[in-house]
Design a binder for this molecule. Structure first.
Ligand code: HEM
Length: 504
């Protein structure tokens, strides 16, 4: 082969790859070689979710082809089409198409990653874990973590006058302890002991070293490559430590017959009894199957790790962003405070699960935060059977990744009037002023977030406690939070500063 021909090969390959959508008859965007839509991510200027948001804003097409490096993917911009993909035509888009290897890597067999019949079977089994009865039973644990949050904030504030606190970090500590206690069943207090084992693992899980970025990108974009990494034994330290921690906790529980009201207990029920009891008062996990285990310790560890990843950043950011918006919208703040005060009074002066459920205006605030700042700014599916796009001649081929920019739709004036303004009223009866198909902060359809209720309760606990114990200073000038460039969840670039004082 001549030198000229040698250099021509990659050029021809790239040209061929980056003309995929032209050949399929789809319009396309983000065609720059070799990173495509992810050029700004590769240059460290945008996070993945915000790069996809840029693609959303670059066009008005209802569906558009783009390139996630060498991988062609479709971006759905039309809310009704997105709804069809997630709900009505779920049969053609039931998987996420990300890395999973049930046989060789049981920890990867998490609800988020599993596919087809395996996913459906596990989803049915896990659903009884998230009923309001189960959450009510776990409430006391979350409530006491909320008290520790308040105590830590009080300790940082002066007796008189106000001080600015960085709320994202505080809410992150709160969310980590909520997960450690109500999901993993650990007895920790990260406010008092910020260097405990769970925090240490958490820091490792959230760091963004080159190898973490490679593994994250491979899991999402090139699952076959991630499978290869796992097969050659390239272990991720944080995942490994999480696995050992959850094994230890399972052994401790089983050997000593310990019964606690947390998600791990329910996973142990599933392991030892084949199902999670639908009677919310039954928490025993003693074997009813002569010691036969229907779920391995690794698969349990995989679910726990997923619940951590799914619940941590989402809960922390939603709580912090809500408080930030309240300080920019004095009328909303007053209504939220009044809602919290009234609900607590109605329930005997106590912050109970029922009081939290009664805080309808606060709920609307959380829903509005989840719109303006969707913790997961995009949803993804893979096409599982050829799908003709309604009212067009286009066909989405089996195996095509499909992306929905949640932040794109949530901040699109076509779907939400005045999208940057914070209006919890949108969600109150008779007031709905938006296209409901475009609202999907917890996803949509059979694969929507299984922990949405739990997430909302924990966010509301944190906000209700802060509003009951502190006065938050109104910001003189409104400003929009800038987002960071790392990871998939929507994170503030430099924290969420709020000035507050002890309640007079
Ligand atoms: C404010 C808090 C939360 C937000 C905004 C949130 C958001 C989301 C979103 C957008 C998805 C993707 C849904 C889709 O693809 O249609 C998801 C999936 C999921 N979430 Fe959440 N989440 C939150 C809290 C939680 C919590 C606390 C847990 C668990 C304890 C959890 C567990 C999961 C799981 C297991 C899935 C995958 C479901 C499946 O594929 O069947 N989430 N979440």
């Amino acid at each position: 082969m001549s030198r000229a021909t040698f250099w021509k090969c990659p050029y021809v390959y790239l040209k061929w790859t980056f003309s995929y959508w032209d050949r399929k008859g789809f319009p396309s965007t983000g065609v720059s070689i070799p990173f495509g839509a992810l050029e700004s991510v590769a240059k460290g200027k945008r996070s993945f979710g915000m790069a996809i948001y840029d693609m959303y804003q670059s066009t008005k097409e209802p569906v558009i082809g783009m390139y996630l490096t060498l991988r062609p993917a479709l971006l759905i911009r039309d809310a009704q089409l997105a709804h069809n993909v997630l709900v009505k035509d779920f049969a053609s888009f039931h998987d996420r198409g990300i890395y999973v290897d049930e046989k060789n890597d049981p920890m990867s067999a998490s609800l988020f990653q599993l596919q087809g019949a395996s996913w459906r079977a596990l989803r049915i089994k896990l659903t009884p874990s998230f009923t309001s009865g189960k959450l009510k039973a776990m409430f006391a644990t979350s409530d006491s973590v909320g008290d520790k949050l308040v105590a830590s904030m009080k300790a940082q504030l002066p007796e008189t006058g106000s001080k600015e606190l960085e709320l994202k970090k505080l809410m992150a500590t709160y969310a980590i302890d909520i997960i450690a206690t109500t999901i993993f069943g650990l007895d920790i207090d990260s406010f008092a002991d910020p260097n405990n084992e769970f925090q240490a693992i958490s820091k490792k899980l959230n760091r963004k070293h080159f190898e973490d970025i490679i593994r994250g990108a491979a899991s999402f974009l090139f699952p076959g490559l991630e499978k290869f990494f796992v097969q050659i034994g390239w272990k991720q330290e944080a995942t490994e430590r999480m696995r050992r921690l959850s094994h230890r906790t399972v052994d401790l529980r089983e050997e000593n017959n310990i019964e606690r009201k947390d998600l791990l207990q329910l996973l142990l029920q599933l392991r030892n009894q084949g199902k999670i009891n639908t009677d919310d008062s039954v928490w025993s996990a003693e074997s009813t199957k002569n010691g036969v285990k229907s779920m391995s310790k690794d698969v349990i560890a995989g679910q726990l790790l997923l619940f951590y990843i799914a619940g941590y950043e989402t809960t922390a950011s939603t709580a912090a962003f809500t408080l930030y918006e309240l300080t920019q919208n004095p009328e909303v703040m007053e209504k939220a405070k009044e809602d919290v005060r009234r609900a607590i009074e109605k329930h005997g002066g106590k912050l109970t699960y029922d009081a939290i459920s009664d805080m309808k205006y606060l709920e609307a605030c959380v829903l509005e935060t989840a719109r303006k700042y969707p913790a997961l700014p995009l949803l993804n599916r893979i096409c599982t059977q050829d799908y003709p796009v309604p009212h067009s001649k286009l066909v989405i081929r089996k195996g095509t990744p499909v992306i929905i920019s949640v932040i794109g739709m949530h901040r699109d004036a076509e779907y939400f009037p005045d999208p940057l303004s914070y209006q919890p009223e949108r969600y109150l009866e008779d007031n709905k002023n938006f296209n409901q198909a475009a609202y999907m902060p917890f996803g949509e359809g059979p694969r929507m977030c299984i922990g949405a209720r739990m997430g909302k309760v924990n966010v509301k606990i944190a906000i209700a406690k802060v509003l009951s114990n502190f006065d938050l200073e109104i910001r003189k000038e409104k400003s929009e939070i800038e987002f960071g460039v790392n990871g998939v969840p929507l994170m503030p670039k430099s924290g969420v500063p709020v000035r507050l004082s002890l309640k007079k």
